[in-house]
Design a protein around this ligand. Structure first.
Ligand SMILES: [Zn+2]
Length: 410
């Protein structure tokens, strides 16, 4: 096999600032995402990928590697990664550094030695003793989320185009913008992409395989109070802020993010704006289980009904807006996606980690658009912050994993 190196690509891609921004309202949300899209487009052309297409309006890049096997039944398999980085921490002037043969001690990120990546805070680090770790200089995020995925897919594609003796079915590739602001699939062209099944390469720890996520809705509670002079308030005032407080006290105490993990759902109070005459509380409602999810929404409505009985019709108005659904419903009929990924991991001696996502993923949206799409690991850690790091050895393993999955669909 040629010596194409995923790390060389990764170190180049993270230096391109592609931070998305949920306040611009445009698509892509930031023009600088085109800087990486343009690079990927050129590289795909250069390595001899086919159908290379750059949607310059919405900033998506598509390509394929045509089948070279003689099995007309092998399905077109896709791999997707997002180009943007989180808007929580700057992605400008990313200055990555490789800590060779990590020895388990504290890593001083900045030159003054004040920003420290320590196993005391991140015990997971100790699993990487002896590996080479790519870290930041403490000023920015690293951008392994998801440039690790981008680099791994690009490397896989180059290995396939340079080594025609590796037999495979049709391979489809897409790089998307704005995943971090929830818009990654807004203009995804499923038809152009052309895969029957796909994987997003956007997870963390080596071995992670995700095909279950939350069912998600937003709930808004609007309360109309009755404001009167507090001196004359007896039996007349309704304090809207206190009704909000009461609403919250009706919700099950332990169905709260602070007390839940695994497949346990919750109501999360995200914001509250309150005065005496009016108040609004904003919630997100989450559950992996469809039935329990429906029950939670019903409970939310019933809490409002109860308060309306107590304070008068129209005091409390609840609005529930659906956000996304658990992809498991769409994966279950195609469990080969999970089995082939697990088999590829086991062949490489990687232990599969089967874990429900406590959030959403672009793969969930794609699954409901008709493209069943679990999420694979990248070898990156501590996403969305300056303590983000990636393992050189794990990233190289992920490239082998992608090739292994392709082999299982041959
Ligand atoms: Zn991501």
């Amino acid at each position: 096999m040629s010596d194409v190196d995923v790390i060389e690509k990764f170190l180049r891609y993270v230096k391109v600032d592609t931070q998305s921004d949920d306040s611009t309202g445009s698509s892509p949300s930031t023009m600088k995402q085109h800087d990486l899209a343009g690079i990927l487009y050129k590289e795909l052309v250069a390595i001899g990928a086919s159908d290379v297409y750059y949607d310059e309006k919405h900033c998506y890049v598509y390509a394929s590697v045509p089948a070279n096997n003689d099995n007309p039944d092998s399905p077109p398999i896709g791999f997707i990664a997002h180009m943007d980085t989180s808007d929580e921490v700057s992605g400008r002037d990313v200055n990555p550094r490789i800590v060779e043969k990590y020895d388990g001690s504290d890593i001083k990120l900045d030159s003054a030695g004040k920003i420290i990546l320590s196993p005391d805070d991140f015990p997971e680090l100790l699993n990487h003793k002896g590996e080479d770790l790519i870290v930041t200089d403490g000023m920015t995020l690293l951008g392994a989320d998801d440039k690790a995925g981008v680099a791994e897919i690009m490397t896989m594609a180059q290995i396939l185009t340079e080594n025609p003796e590796i037999k495979h079915g049709e391979i489809k590739i897409a790089f998307t913008p704005d995943e971090e602001i929830g818009e990654g699939t807004a203009f995804f062209d499923l038809k152009r992409f052309g895969a029957k099944y796909a994987y997003t390469v956007d997870g963390g720890k080596l071995g992670e395989l995700e095909y279950e996520n939350f069912n998600a809705a937003e709930g808004t509670v609007e309360v109309k109070g009755r404001s009167v002079h507090p001196g004359d308030a007896k039996m007349r005032m309704i304090n809207a802020s206190l009704v909000c407080y009461e609403f919250h006290s009706l919700l099950p105490v332990f169905q709260n993010p602070m007390y839940t993990e695994g497949r346990e759902g919750f109501f999360h109070l995200t914001q509250i704006d309150g005065r005496t005459d009016s108040a609004t509380a904003y919630y997100i409602i989450r559950d992996h289980d469809e039935k329990l999810f429906e029950q939670k929404k019903e409970f939310f409505r019933e809490a409002a009904e109860f308060l309306n009985k107590k304070y008068g019709e129209g005091t409390v108005t609840v609005t529930i807006t659906e956000q996304y659904r658990n992809m498991i419903e769409k994966i279950r009929p195609h469990m080969h996606l999970v089995e082939n990924a697990k088999k590829a991991m086991e062949d490489l001696g990687i232990e599969p980690i089967d874990r429900p996502i406590r959030g959403g993923t672009d793969g969930a949206a794609l699954s409901y658009m008709g493209l069943p799409c679990p999420n694979l690991c990248t070898g990156g850690y501590n996403f969305h912050g300056k303590y983000e790091y990636a393992s050189v050895q794990e990233m190289r393993s992920v490239v082998k994993l992608l090739l292994g999955i392709i082999g299982n669909y041959r």
